[in-house]
Design a protein around this ligand. Sequence first.
Ligand code: ATP
Ligand code: MG
Length: 546
Amino acid sequence: MNFIEEIVEKDLQEGVNNGRIQTRFPPEPNGYLHIGHVKAICMDFGIAKKYGGVCNLRFDDTNPAKEDTEYVDSIMQDIKWLGFEWGNVYYASDYFQKLWDLAVQFIKDGKAYVDEQTAEEIAAQKGTPTEPGVESPYRNRPVEESLDLFYKMNSGEIPEGKMVLRAKIDMANPNMHFRDPIMYRVITDHPHHRTGTKWKAYPMYDFAHGQSDYFEGVTHSICTLEFVVHRPLYDWFIDQFATTDYRPHQYEFNRLNITYTVMSKRKMLQLVKEGLVAGWDDPRMPTVCGLRRRGYTPESIHSFIDKIGYTKVEGTIDVGLLEHTIREDLKEKAPRVCAIMDPVKLVITNYEGNNEQLTVENIDGVESAGTRQMTFGRELYVERGDFMEDAPKDFYRLTPNGREVRLKGAYIIQCTGCEKDAEGNVTTIYCTYDPNSKSGTEGGNRKVKSTINWVETTTCLDAEARLYDRLFAVEDPSGTEGDFRDLLNPDSLKVVQCKVEGSLKDVKPLDHFQFLKQGYFVVDYDSTPDHLVFNRTASLKDNWKK
Ligand code: ATP
Ligand code: MG
C-alpha cells in the first residue's frame, strides 16, 4: 500500500466526504502521454478503482497556443490501451465562463487587479524567498478601472503581454506563489481547440486547477511534488468562494524520471518537429505510443509502475528496469522464431529429395505455447558469424574440422568446406547431415556442443529489422550541459535486411516474437506482406541487477 492509499483509507474510515472517492487525471493536451504520465494515470485511476470511486479525465486546456485536438484523441487512446476507464470527460475550457465570473467577483471584492507592467517588470518585483517583493504601481487602482480593463483583455483590444489580472494577496508572503499571482493573461493569436475565438483572456493554471477540482467534486487531487508549493494557493483560491465545507485536497508524489531519455513535452515536441525522431510514436520515444510501437505491452508497463512505487523523494529510475520488465513479460509470451541477420548460404550435400515440414515448439518446453511448422531443405541461410574457416579450438560452431552442430529444431550437421568469392568472402558453406538426428525423434536426443539458427532459402522471407537502442548517449540528458539535441545517441537506430522463417508470412502490427539469439521484436505498423518490418523491443541480455 502506498502513502496515498493510506490517506484514502483513513479518509474512508473517518467518513470524510461521506465516503465518496473522486480523482481526476488532468493532462494538458499539448503533447502525447509519456511513461511519466502513466505513473500519474496508474495512481489516479488506480485509487478510484481500488476504493470504488470514480476517476474523470480532465483536459487542462487553458493555453490555446500549445493545445490541439490531435493530442486529446491520442491521450484518450493511450489511456484505453493501458486498460483504464474514466467516468466523465471534462475540459477546463468548460469552466471558462464560471472562472470568468469568479474573477470578476474577485475584482469587485478588491481581491484582484489588472496590472499593465511587462512580464519582466513583474518578475523583477517578485523578491526572493527571504526578501519581500515590491508592490505593483497598479495594485491599488480603482475596482472600476480593473473591471473595465479586464473586459478589454477579453475583447481583443489588449495585445498579448500588455496586461494581466493578478490576485491581490501579499507581496511579502514567504511563499512566493502568494505574491500577487497572475490569474489571467491575454492570448489573441491562437484560436482555442474548443472555444475558438470566443475568449482572449485565459486563466492560469493556479486559478483554473483547484476551481475545476471544486466544480467537479474531486476529493483527492493527486499530482507531482513540484506542486507542493502551489498547494496553499490552491486552498486559498477555493476558500475565497466556496459556500460549503466540502474541499478537494491536493496530494503529491515523486515524478518519474528515467535515464537516457527526456520527458518534457517541450523537448519531445522539438525532437518531433525537427525530425530528430520519426514522430511522437518513434519507438525510441518515452511516449506511450512510442513504447507501444517499440513492443511494450500494457502488462509490462503496469509491472514497471508497480516496481518503482510512489514516494515523496525525487529520483531517477534506471532505464534497465523498464527494459527488464518487458523482457520478463515477453519471455512468457513471445513465440521463438528464426531470423538470420547476416545470412550466408549453407548447402547440405547429402540431403536428397524435397523440402520437409518440421514441427517445432513455439517456446521450448512450454506446451501451452503451441507449435508451428518450419520448412527444412537442402539449402539454408545461417548466420555468417556461425561459420569460421580457420577457427580456434574453442569455436564450437561451423568449421571444417568434423565437429557436429545442431540446426535448431532440426538435424545435426557437419561442415565439410566452403566457397569464396574473389575478395575472399564466404559465399557458400558445405555440410553433410545425419538423417537419424532429427529433433523430436530418438536421434534428436543426441547432444552436441552448439545449436545454430537457420531458415530455408526458398520459403524464407525478406524482412527489415530496425534495431533500436537508447535515444540519448548520456544518462541524464536534461542535467548535462549543452544543447540536449547534441546528446542524442547516434547509434539509436540501425536498419538491417534479414531473412526470417516462412511462418511469419501473415504477421500483424504489434505481434511479438523472440528472434532466437537476437532479441525481442515486434511487427511495425509499416509492415506489409511484401515488406515485413520488425522493431527490436529489447535485446536478450538483461543487465538489470535486482
Ligand atoms: P510537461 O511539463 O512535460 O508539459 P506536465 O507535467 O505539464 O508535463 P501535464 O499534461 O500537465 O504534463 O500532466 C498531467 C499529469 O501528469 C499531472 O498531474 C502531472 O503531475 C503528471 N505527470 C506529468 N509528468 C509526470 C512524471 N514525469 N511523473 C509522474 N507524473 C507526471
Ligand atoms: Mg502541466
